[in-house]
Design a protein around this ligand. Sequence first.
Ligand code: NAP
Length: 415
Amino acid sequence: MSICTAFNGLTLHSPKAESFRRLLSSHFINHIQVRTAPFAPSLHLSRSPSKKERFHVISASAATPVAESSKLSFRSKKPEDINVLVVGSTGYIGNFVVKELVKRGFNVIALARERSGIKGRNDKDKTLEMLNGANVCFSDVTELDVLEKSLSDFGASIDVVVSCLASRNGGVKDSWKIDYEATKNSLVAGRKFGASHFVLLSAICVQKPLLEFQRAKSKFEAALAKQAKDDAGFTYSIVRPTAFFKSLGGQVDLVKDGKPYVMFGDGKLCACKPISEADLASFIADCVLSENKINQILPIGGPGKALTPLEQGEILFRLLGKEPKFLKVPIEIMDFAIGVLDFLVKIFPSLEDAAEFGKIGRYYAAESMLVWDPETGKYNAEKTPSYGKDTLEEFFEKVLREGMAGQELGEQTIF
Ligand SMILES: NC(=O)c1ccc[n+]([C@@H]2O[C@H](COP(=O)([O-])OP(=O)(O)OC[C@H]3O[C@@H](n4cnc5c(N)ncnc54)[C@H](OP(=O)(O)O)[C@@H]3O)[C@@H](O)[C@H]2O)c1
């Protein structure tokens, strides 16, 4: 999501302002990414012919609500006989999920746009290369009829849908369009072509929904639960991860260059248990077959203890062998900016997204990405499950060596 347009008119050039900009960008988690250029939907599919015979080809008549085969549990089949549709397959996590499912031997149908990635930077060939090992179906998940036609033309039944869809610009309308509508389309189309299980990549912050994308995700989570309640042949797993590594690496190069590590308040306002894209993809792949993950909401973090921004900064300085140097920014600065934007949006409704981005920034500056304990009214690191083996320290080491390639949040020019 780019919020350069969000705060246009406001420019920051001083070193302090630059630090603040970096601080915001490192706190915007994934929800501040890139504005993707719109591409006309075009129906096209491409797949590895060698895999075709491994699909359960459906007849025209099977393209009616819920293919007969779905009544048999796919869980008793071998992975090579299970067809998994992945929507959001070209995203940061979705791409790793595709790789992991392919590695585990599933028949993967990866749905993609003809121009995928941040700002549509990947053409079809690049997309096919990225999704190597999967059967790629180019379509438009935002249009139910187009999606259904693509899947019908593809001629394969579906056992499981995995959604890693997310709005790339995080604006109010796009969040509802992708995190709710398009994700719901994938449920409806998946059901129509036989899917009896749905794995949703959601977010841990949905437990305290104050932002539009969180409300959109919550509404879809509720739709999934309702579907399972009304339909005995359908199950789901909702995965709610804590922070991704890419969301925490924004200051590595700057600190390496001698700049201070910037944080809000005393650097202890929030904490998270960062998880790598590979570990999260593995957890999501587990959800395809694990019976103990059926009809569950699954908060998940990476290995080790929860880390505050202060502790993340300390790790970084230790790796660099430098004396820690922090710049602490009062959180009230954000409250002031949000107040101004909320006022302006009443006069200029077009600033709706700008106001939303301010709230997103404020949320991640102060709210922990940990399980919320309603009994204590606090976040609880112990109640936040850990999974995987990759640590943030290893990730920082890698970024210090190789930079942030492949970990881009997108155009995150904030002001
Ligand atoms: N970052 C964090 O720390 C964090 C933490 C917890 C949870 N999460 C959640 O994790 C989820 C996924 O994150 P991510 O980083 O993997 O997302 P991402 O890299 O932005 O990927 C988004 C995916 O959705 C697709 N998509 C977006 N708009 C579309 C449209 N109009 N039409 C068709 N497809 C569209 C993208 O396709 P294209 O490639 O064609 O654009 C891409 O495949 C998000 O819901 C986020 O809330 C993030």
